[in-house]
Design a protein around this ligand. Structure first.
Ligand code: UD1
Ligand code: MG
Length: 463
């Protein structure tokens, strides 16, 4: 935890032109979460609770999306550069703030350790500005860190302003866009930076010159965590960030005793919990608030969203499971669809091409093949035959189907809801059941078979 009173200003007003998107850049997602969610979590994790988000481009949409993240918003309109963004945010900084951290919203994967290291150096030296840098073979569009004869930071020069200065472009140390500022210095210096004659923007990095003129220290912390500090400016960089997050999450699960057959091909969102000895095959997507118990098997090409699996659950290939529960020892698939409210208790078997929605299947229910169960309550031990359909919708409303314990529903049955099948009752195959079947009885609702004499077919002449 950082001890001083710190305010973080996160710059997120830019458009993100290179994303070629109708959505603002900071709303693009990394493994199911909008990118700033990672940065906000990390800041809070190191004890920086006061976060000011500078929004501008499609400000309302960005504010709406991050409303529940416990941050404050400042609108920068128009967007005249990073220095301007901090000028606009300044009035939102509380008077007792000692250190102002500035971070770029498009570099959201900065680690807590990198933030702590930056702040540690800043505290130790009492600098006016401490800038985070990394070394790159090709500094591309990043600002170059110019050091003086004594190795002190003299300036950060923008690549686009230095196109005719190869000696500047050749500098390998670049500015990541994360800084610590002494709040007292910042208050005064922000009024002293002017528009760049080249681009017309007000650069935050021009504060370095102001500090030098005032004889104040400017420090740079060279961080080695390039992977997490490079910004996301394009779809290619977004894809790389997704891979970085995926690998970190998967490494944690491997470390905690989960087998991932192919970690590169397994996409687990950050909020998912998985018990030990669970085995996960390739092309599995585990999303949202999903909790998976111990010793489960999740076969290939499965998507599970906001669902809970107890222990020893077996999900066979090709299932889609959303807002559902599976009890201990339950199994499902291949190719089953569990929709919101599917509640499969212990040892339930749901087989291939079965869809379950908003239904409780009590312990030991078997629905092995080609079935739709919606708005149903199926008693323990009941067998649901192949091709059973709960006809729960009359075109206007949904109706329940109640099936007692130990019942047997014959194949190809339509249960026209609302309807109740009593405990231990049987339903004959091929029935369209529109009335209740009492407990222990056999309900059959289909035309009685007649076997007729065959008439000769066609007019083939006998030779
Ligand atoms: C900036 C730095 C550069 C650094 C790079 C790191 C300046 C002048 N340059 O360059 O030295 O290497 O970041 O990525 O600071 N933003 C606003 N309001 C604005 C302009 C930008 O909020 O008016 C936000 C953007 O949304 C973005 C961040 O500030 O999150 C950086 O802006 P960007 O335009 O990407 O700056 P760069 O030119 O890349
Ligand atoms: Mg950028």
């Amino acid at each position: 935890m950082l001890k001083d009173k710190i305010t973080a200003i996160v710059l997120a007003a830019g458009q993100g032109t290179r994303m070629k998107s109708s959505r603002p850049k900071v709303l693009h997602e990394i493994l199911g979460r909008p990118m700033l969610a990672y940065l906000i979590d990390t800041l809070k994790g190191v004890g920086v609770a006061d976060i000011v988000l500078v929004v501008g481009h499609q400000a309302e949409l960005v504010q709406e999306s991050y409303r529940d993240y416990g941050v404050r918003f400042v609108v920068q309109e128009p967007q005249l550069g990073t220095g301007h963004a901090v000028q606009v945010a300044w009035p939102a900084v509380p008077a007792d703030t000692r250190t102002v951290m500035v971070l770029c919203g498009d570099a959201p994967l900065i680690s807590g350790e990198s933030i702590r290291a930056l702040n540690r150096l800043h505290d130790k030296t009492g600098a006016a500005i401490t800038v985070q840098t990394i070394e790159l073979d090709n500094g591309a569009h990043y600002g170059r860190v110019v050091r003086d004869r004594h190795g002190q930071v003299a300036a950060v020069l923008q690549a686009k302003d230095s196109q005719d200065r190869p000696e500047i472009l050749a500098i390998r140390e670049i500015n990541t866009g994360a800084y610590c500022f002494d709040a007292t210095f910042l208050q005064d210096a922000l009024g002293k930076i002017l528009k760049s004659p080249v681009t017309g923007e007000i650069y935050l990095t021009d504060l370095i010159k102001v500090a030098r003129e005032q004889g104040r220290g400017v420090e740079a912390l060279v961080d080695t965590d390039r992977e997490n500090l490079l910004g996301i400016n394009s779809r290619a960089e977004l894809a790389m960030a997704t891979q970085t997050v995926k690998r970190a999450i998967n490494a944690r699960h491997l470390d905690q005793g989960v087998t991932l057959i192919d970690p590169e091909a397994t996409y687990i969102e950050s909020g998912v919990a998985i018990g030990r000895d669970t085995v996960i095959y390739p092309n599995v997507y585990l999303q949202g608030d999903t909790v998976i118990g111990e010793n489960c098997v999740i076969e290939a090409t499965v998507k599970i969203v906001d669902s809970t699996l107890e222990n020893d659950v077996h999900i066979k290939m090709g299932c889609v499971i959303t807002q559902s529960r599976l009890g201990t020892g339950a199994d499902t698939g291949p190719f089953a669809h569990l929709r919101p409210g599917a509640d499969l208790r212990a040892k339930v078997h749901v087989g291939n091409f079965v869809e379950v929605k908003k239904s409780v299947l009590h312990e030991g229910v078997k629905a092995g093949h080609l079935t739709y169960l919606g708005d149903a309550d199926v008693g323990a031990g009941t067998n649901v035959g192949a091709g059973t359909i709960t006809c729960n919708y009359d075109g206007e409303k949904k109706h329940p189907t109640i099936i007692g314990e130990g019942a047997f529903i014959g194949s190809n049955t339509a249960l026209v809801a609302p309807v109740t099948i009593g405990a231990g009752a049987y339903v004959g195959a091929g029935s369209a059941i529109t009335e209740d079947v009492p407990a222990g009885k056999l309900g059959i609702a289909r035309a009685r078979q007649v076997n007729l004499e065959r008439r000769p077919v066609g007019n083939k002449k006998k030779k």
